[in-house]
Design a protein around this ligand. Structure first.
Ligand code: LMR
Length: 320
């Protein structure tokens, strides 16, 4: 029997069970991805007991998001869920998810992910050795900085931490700031020591990583989506016995549906937790918001050729 260890997600695998390691970078509790990973492990460990056993390594305890992609190909881990902003070395198609103000809600993102175009993007990295099992939502992104940000010109001259995404880089330049790509685990320290002035992330990342404690406030811009690719090595997946693969993929699909259905609730709770902990949240007036949109949306043009107009049109049609 695969029992759960003290962390709740690190299983004690039995001899003879195939060990499936899942490495990610966020908090285990109170975070959509952290909790989805635990649910995934629970389901695998109950339903595939004797055959397979999943161990989850949260909080960058094993790999950061760059290293985990190499680890998948080396067989050192079998599952990861990096943000869709972090696949630029493998495909430029996922830049569609980063286009500012493309998706107005998590439902709009889900609509696109379930469209033929969205599903087709799960397999665009097969030549590189990766297969997407599904999309896990995390939330819409908000800006924070060491000074109030109400209109884009407030960001003039500020340095923002971004993920490894050229779209994010262009977006920060559009608001007059400069961008620094940093691994997730380095963000708190960089904000605290002033290496960067601000950042952009989901409510649950801002809350669970305590970014709000080292920032003046958070501006509710909802400017971009944060979502993940549940990704595995194609070689590993194809190497499984067909019935084992089918059972594993079915569990992955069901966990994806269940986890995504609860993301908006979790994000709402994280937002409230920030308020309760004394964090400052600034809402935008419609006029202020319109300024952010008109300043950042022109960056779409720079990336249209990489993404494909057909893909952008499909995303827009999915209810932006
Ligand atoms: C980030 O680097 O800010 C995010 O991709 C972290 C995450 O996995 O939510």
């Amino acid at each position: 029997m695969s029992a759960f260890g003290a962390s709740g997600a690190l299983a004690n695998c039995d001899d003879g069970e195939m060990v499936i390691k899942f490495s990610h970078v966020v908090a285990e509790k109170g975070h959509p991805k952290g909790e989805a990973a635990v649910l995934f492990a629970q389901r695998v460990n109950e339903e595939m007991n004797g055959t397979a056993c999943m161990e989850v390594y949260p909080n960058t305890t094993l790999y950061d998001d760059d290293k985990v992609m190499e680890a998948l190909l080396l067989g050192d881990v079998q599952i990861a869920a990096p943000s869709l902003s972090k696949f630029e070395a493998y495909t430029l198609k996922y830049r569609v998810f980063d286009l500012p103000f493309l998706f107005s809600s998590l439902d709009a993102v889900s609509g696109f992910n379930q469209s033929d175009t969205g599903k087709g993007l799960l397999t665009v990295m097969e030549d590189e050795g990766y297969t997407g099992l599904g999309y896990w939502l995390s939330g819409l992104k908000q800006f924070s900085a060491n000074k109030p940000l109400l209109v884009p010109s407030d960001a003039n001259g500020l340095k923002f931490r971004i993920q490894t995404s050229d779209v994010a880089d262009a977006m920060i330049q559009a608001i007059g700031g400069s961008a620094q790509k940093l691994a997730f685990k380095e963000v708190y320290g960089a904000l605290q020591t002033g290496v960067v002035d601000g950042q952009e992330n989901s409510w649950c990342n801002i809350y669970t990583q305590k970014f709000f404690e080292v920032q003046d406030g958070i501006t509710e811009t909802n400017h971009q989506v944060l979502a993940y690719l549940l990704v595995t090595s194609t070689e590993w997946l194809q190497g499984l016995e067909p019935e084992v693969r089918d059972q594993f993929v079915k569990i992955a699909d069901e966990v994806t549906l269940a986890a995504n259905a609860d993301v908006a609730n979790k994000e709402g709770a994280c937002r409230q937790n920030i308020v309760d902990a004394g964090g400052e949240i600034r809402e935008l007036t419609p006029e202020q918001r319109a300024e952010w949109v008109s300043t950042m949306k022109p960056v779409w043009e720079q990336f249209e050729a990489d993404i494909g107009k057909d893909v952008i049109d499909a995303a827009v049609a999915s209810g932006s």
